[in-house]
Design a protein around this ligand. Structure first.
Ligand code: SF4
Length: 346
């Protein structure tokens, strides 16, 4: 643990970033504006915006006096406009509550509009040299990889664990260098894809690197539950032959051969008679087959029907009877082939 901070500090001193327009200052206003601009935005994009913003609004008072439209105009193109509205609101709050003096405690700063725990920490570290942990997206990536922490980092229990870890890693000295080092490591070496581990100061202890888990960490956000859809597929059997139906050209499995599809709850024998022209006898249903598409999950109940009679008055366009082997070899969707392969094994 102690190694982590020391290695990062030494690396930052030699290889970190030292001349960004918001560095080499202890002005909490400049540090605050830069931290807000840097949320979800790359350094290269932020630099010209930051310089224009500082020229027009050089301090809290000038920002508070401007009208919101003008602040938003200076933000135009940076995106996430609530950040600009919150900056303006916080400048007004500083004028009213603190007589224009930027507050100095983490607690006070954390209560200003748009300033979360990590941003409040960065301001207190760089402006006042206080020892506070930061935990933005880049830092979460570094910590989950380096310490092999599973779970989506914004999930409350995981985030709580990461805050505790970030607190425990704080060095006794050089807090500014350490904090800047964490930011620099996450932004320049420990990137989302293709991190440059060979140049990383903490590579020797990095769990993700040692265990080959870099692609899995940080754990991605859990996907939302997929919509579920249930259908019945008719497995029409005559001797060793099976009926396949050509699917419409558009929609799922467009143009492939498949089993005739019926909505859940429909009378399958009636459908077989009216749509396919077949008199049938119901056989026991086969086990459910589930197939997952990117946007929904399909549950298929295969329903075998024994053919009794073909009704000549119903046209049978797009239908074909094939023996089982030929049917399995036809252009079928994977789950339908699975159903045919499973026939007779149940
Ligand atoms: S060794 Fe690689 S994965 Fe581990 S912290 Fe360094 S850059 Fe990130």
């Amino acid at each position: 643990m102690a190694d982590f901070a020391q290695q990062l500090i030494e690396w930052q001193q030699q290889h970190g970033r030292h001349s960004l327009p918001w560095q080499n200052t202890q002005d909490p206003y400049r540090i605050w504006v830069s931290e807000i601009m840097l949320q979800q935005t790359q350094v290269a994009t932020v630099v010209p915006y930051f310089q224009r913003f500082m020229t027009r609004f050089p301090d809290v008072a000038s920002l508070a006096q401007a009208d919101e439209d003008e602040v938003l105009r200076h933000w135009s193109g940076l995106g996430y406009y609530s950040r600009a509205r919150n900056l303006h609101a916080a400048a007004l709050a500083i004028m009213q509550q603190y007589h224009g003096e930027f507050p100095q405690t983490h607690e006070q700063i954390n209560t200003l509009p748009g300033i979360g725990r990590s941003t409040a920490s960065a301001i207190t570290v760089f402006a006042y040299g206080q020892s506070q942990p930061i935990l933005d997206g880049n830092v979460k990536r570094v910590l989950t990889r380096c310490f092999g922490i599973e779970g989506w980092p914004s999930q409350p229990a995981v985030e709580k664990r990461l805050w505790k870890l970030a607190e425990s890693l704080l060095p006794k000295a050089d807090i500014q260098c350490y904090t800047q080092g964490l930011m620099d490591l996450g932004a320049t070496l420990c990137t989302r894809s293709k991190p440059q581990c060979d140049n990383c100061p903490v590579r020797k202890n990095c769990v993700a690197r040692k265990e080959g888990r870099i692609p899995q960490l940080p754990t991605p956000k859990p996907r939302k539950a997929l919509p579920e859809c249930e259908i019945v597929m008719l497995l029409l059997i005559a001797d060793n032959e099976i009926l396949l139906e050509k699917r419409p050209a558009s929609g799922i499995w467009g143009g492939l051969w498949s089993l005739p599809e019926v909505a859940m709850g429909e009378n399958v024998q009636l459908v077989a008679r009216q749509r396919l022209g077949l008199e049938t006898k119901l056989l026991p249903a086969l086990p459910l087959v589930t197939h997952t598409f990117t946007h929904f999950r399909l549950h298929i109940t295969p329903q075998p029907l024994q053919l009794l009679k073909i009704l000549p008055e119903v046209r049978q366009n797009g239908l074909v009877w094939l023996d089982k082997e030929d049917a399995i070899g036809a252009a079928l969707p994977a789950p339908i082939r699975k159903i045919l392969l499973g026939m007779g094994t149940n």
